[in-house]
Each structure stands twice: as C-alpha cells, then as structure tokens.
Design a protein around this ligand. Structure first.
Ligand code: AVJ
Length: 312
C-alpha cells in the first residue's frame, strides 16, 4: 500500500473542508479518462496547445539549439507527449544534442513513452523518470550536469492555488542554473461559458474522472465510498479565474478508511481540483516574482492559451 497516498487522503478527509489532491486522479483508469476528456468537444486546452506546438516547434527548437547547444529536455507531467512530439521532431531534424527526460507520476505513461517514442522519432534518446517533479529533478542533477530546458505544459500549473503556483515557480527557479529555460503553459481567461463547459462535458468524462479517485481510494486503500451517493459539481468564478471541481455528498453518510470513520453531512462537498485561469498580467507577475526573464510568448490563433518561454 502507498503510505503517502493514504496519509494524504486521511489528512484531506480530516480537514474542516474535505479535500483530495487532484494529482491522484491519474491511475490507469484516470489516465484513460483524461484522454477521453482531452478528446471531448468541450475541452479546448489540448487543442490550443497542440496548435501552438505544431506551428511554433521549429522556432522553439531553434532557441534551445542556439542557446543551450547540449542539453537535457525535461518535461514535468509528460502524459502521452502528443504535443511535445512536434518539438522532439524539430530538434531531432536539426540533429540537436539532447536527451528527452519525461517525468510523470504515472508509471504506465513513462513505460509507454520509453517503448514508443524512439521508434516514432528515430534518433531520439529518451530517459523516463517515474515520480514526483522535484525529487526527479534532483535525480536528473545527479546524473547530468548539462544545461536544462524544462517543459511544464497543458496548463498543469492551473492545478495549484495561485499561492502554491508562485511557491512552485520559485522552487523551480531555485532548482535550475542561470541560462536554463522553462516553457510553461497557461490557460487564459476567456468567455466563462467556454471554461465552464470544458469541465462539464456532456459525455460525463469529467464527472467520471472525479469519481474515479473515490474508486481508487476504495481499491488501493480499502475505503468504502459509495460512488452513487456522490455527484460532481463544477464552478467557474470569472472574478478570480478559479475553476473548481467538487464532489457533493447526496446524503448524510459515513465512509470508513484505515480504521477511521469519516462523516459527511447531506450536501457536504469534497474539494477535488482547481484549474486556475490566468490573465496576461497575472502571468507576467508570476514570472517576475519567481525571477524568470520572459524570452518569448507563443499563442494559439484564438489566444485562449499560451506557452511562455522563461529564462532562469
Ligand atoms: C491536467 C491541468 C491540464 O485542469 O484542465 C481536465 C486536468 N481536470 N479536466 C485541467 C483536468 C478536469 C487538466 N490539466
């Protein structure tokens, strides 16, 4: 049994406002559901960033090759690398001297990337790292002293509260050396309906994605959540940019886990996930406060999403 997972769940369910960490959404079933979300009509983030990478990869590859020459290309939360492959192709085409190092909490994603990418992109070197971001970043530093370019895409930064996002950016800056690069993807503020719908897909994949974490807690930690007694609720606040997912207890109920009982009132919620939406100003402030220098900003054609290139 995963002690850290159990500890985090017990702590979260013991808090005044019950909370679970969305990083635990991604077990094998969660990975499949997230793929379905990305393919859904309503979920625009992946399409936007796909367009950016399809169009801008040669330019981005040029910056890395000219500035870094010999480097490690790290990706935090790589997933299936469906967007990154354009950058990898552009780099390999120009015979760049680099190794792609995807870091992901999902072991099956890392295995998939190591098994499949080199045959899709001949000449590509892949070293996968299965684990949490910063421990894996430290591990890379023990095996390589080359310059680093770090990708943090998809709007993953949005899964942190703004305060945590700033702390994360500061820690990332401190983990790297002057001259290293970071490319970070941000989902921008836009018409609230478009944001709301992206997290309320008609097919119900987002709902299943949230409920799957309860199922995972049952399967892996031996809890007894009754999935039918919880429903999914999502909100978007255009004043703060916070898009939040909750599970609502449909009745007063008790859930047992690790010899403890957790009580839910009717309509009590579990805070499941934040997907923060950023304004340009907020992105500049974040980079500034973490001491990054803005090099270039890449937008999709609708300007719904951006990838910002920062220099340490
Ligand atoms: C993994 C952060 C890109 O917050 O948009 C998708 C995860 N959650 N639908 C996001 C997610 C619900 C996603 N990211």
């Amino acid at each position: 049994m995963n002690e850290q997972f159990l500890n985090d769940v017990v702590t979260g369910l013991s808090a005044k406002t019950k909370k679970l960490n969305s990083k635990y959404f991604y077990d094998d079933e969660g990975d499949v559901l997230f793929q379905k979300i990305m393919q859904s009509e309503e979920y625009y983030l992946t399409d936007c960033e796909y367009e950016i990478f399809k169009g801008k990869s040669p330019a981005l590859a040029g910056v890395f090759i000219d500035q870094l020459k010999s480097f490690e290309l790290l990706e935090l939360g790589a997933g299936d690398a469906s967007k990154t492959k354009f950058l990898l192709e552009a780099l390999v085409n120009r015979k760049a001297d680099f190794t792609y190092m995807p870091i992901d909490i999902s072991g099956s994603m890392i295995t998939y990337l190591e098994d499949n990418l080199p045959s899709k992109i001949p000449g590509l070197k892949v070293t996968g790292l299965n684990g949490e971001y910063f421990p894996m970043l430290e591990k890379v530093k023990t095996i390589s002293s080359r310059k680093k370019a770090v990708l943090f895409l998809g709007g993953n930064i949005g899964n942190m509260d703004p305060d945590d996002a700033l702390a994360f950016c500061k820690q990332l800056h401190a983990s790297l050396n002057p001259g290293d690069y970071v490319l970070m993807g941000f989902d921008l503020r836009k018409n609230p309906h478009a944001i709301f719908n992206a997290y309320n897909d008609k097919a119900g994949y987002t709902k299943a994605f949230n409920l799957n974490l309860l199922k995972r807690i049952n399967n892996e930690l031996g809890a007894d959540f009754q999935l039918a007694d919880f429903e999914h609720y999502n909100s978007y606040d255009p004043l703060t940019g916070a898009c939040r997912s909750f599970l609502v207890s449909l009745k007063a109920q008790q859930v047992n886990l690790d010899g403890q009982a957790f009580h839910f009132k009717a309509n009590e919620v579990i805070d499941m996930e934040i997907s923060q939406k950023y304004s340009m100003e907020e992105i500049y402030d974040l980079g500034n406060q973490a001491n990054f220098e803005v090099v270039e900003t890449f937008f999709d054609s609708k300007e719904w999403f951006l990838d910002m290139l920062w220099k340490v």
